[in-house]
Design a protein around this ligand. Structure first.
Ligand SMILES: [Zn+2]
Length: 114
């Protein structure tokens, strides 16, 4: 499982964000997770709980927002969200491909903490 290292990383990042923003007692944190990572929400929560125990984040409510990968259709030049295992372009029904940057659907970061 890769969740462990990734969660450790966002916990570190979240603590840096708290310092930066001068937040003492964070109530909510929102974690963005790309669907392509195949991470399990239960696992993420378990690691989060474990790793935030002795930090100011121990009582912070974590919300997890899964985001789909964006695919590109070479024929129509459009981008569309991957839905489950469906890779087909909504316009022409050809198989879409992941953009070459390769980061779409692999997001894993805290985008909001308050
Ligand atoms: Zn198309």
């Amino acid at each position: 499982m890769h969740e462990c290292h990734q969660v450790q990383k966002v916990v570190t990042e979240a603590q840096a964000m708290l310092k930066e923003k001068g937040i003492q007692d964070p109530k909510k944190a929102n974690l963005v997770v790309g669907e392509l990572l195949g991470f399990d929400e239960g696992c993420i929560r378990l690691y989060w709980e474990e790793m935030t125990q002795s930090t100011p984040l121990s009582k912070t409510a974590l919300s997890i927002q899964f985001v789909p990968a964006m695919l590109e259709c070479a024929a129509c030049k459009i981008k569309f969200a991957k839905k489950g295992s469906n890779l087909l372009c909504p316009q022409c029904n050809k198989i879409g491909t992941l953009p070459p940057s390769g980061s779409s659907g692999k997001e894993f970061f805290i985008n909001k903490i308050e």
